[in-house]
Design a protein around this ligand. Sequence first.
Ligand SMILES: C[S@@+](CC[C@H](N)C(=O)[O-])C[C@H]1O[C@@H](n2cnc3c(N)ncnc32)[C@H](O)[C@@H]1O
Length: 326
Amino acid sequence: MPAEHSKLNASLNTVEQLPLTAIFSDNVAESLSTIRDYIRYAVSCFNEAEIFYGHGTDNAWDEAVQLILNTVHLPWDMSDVVMDSTLILPERKRILAKLKRRVIDRVPSAYLMGEAWFMGLPFYVDERVLVPRSPIAEMIENEFQPWLQAENVLNILDLCTGSGCIGIASGMVFPESNVDLADLSEEALEVAAINIKKHQVEGRVKLIHSDLFQNVSKKYQLIVSNPPYVDAKDISEMPQEFHQEPAMGLAAGIDGLDIVHRILKDARQYMTDDGLLIVETGNSCDALDEAYPEVPFTWIEFEFGGHGVFIISAAELDEYQGFFKG
Ligand SMILES: C[S@@+](CC[C@H](N)C(=O)[O-])C[C@H]1O[C@@H](n2cnc3c(N)ncnc32)[C@H](O)[C@@H]1O
């Protein structure tokens, strides 16, 4: 091999071996100047680091656009012309600091932005709550049709509420309803309180600090829950991004059903006779069918992706009450 080629290969190898932290140095801030430069650079870093998507986007480009535009307070749908405007040095450094946290620490962009979208609505989020991503959003948007029979939806319970996204969005589609948001985590309820204020629903959306139904006293036409349901195997194999989320929002025993069994056992007492219970179980859906082969859970098919959400009516809960293990 000619001497200049082996020299070039040696220097390429050195660059390849640079720790990822080195690529977020001040040199980068000096050499990249426009929004377009930073988006391109972010996409390259994300691809090289093989980060995991699944907290709002599903590809490097969307993730980069979202994070960078948010960091410099620009809307996602701004004119393409702005892409070539020069960023000032503090903006460049702020972007690089966030890219570093996304790539090195694997922090989901939603936490870095302090925002996640659910059913087209913005919710404040931080590490105290799970990043909203439940497919139940699609059911809420369709006002839970064709399943919800109740003529008047007066009371709704969002059990295991986290950021409050499911309950607050449900309250938006049923503007006459009162909504209770229940969670065992006081920290999660602090975030839900921020979202109640953000969406100006203080008058009819309330917080309940509760271990499932323990401090709940009403009867509801609709109980919706996205509880912890990840089984031990999935927890051990989860990408690092999920480990940034509160563990008590995800883990639920060996088969992922510790909480779901308890919900099934107790829910009926808190439902009206025309009430409906909707619970997300994700990948633990097969384990649930195996645990209760007699119970005809209705599993929802989603148009826009997602799985593992069942509905069961108050009448069905009456019929199969004896089976639930709790
Ligand atoms: C999967 S997260 C869902 C958050 C939110 N509903 C969403 O869809 O983004 C589950 C939530 O359940 C809460 N949780 C865990 N165990 C609970 C319990 N025994 N009683 C009430 N809430 C519980 C956690 O604090 C967490 O906020």
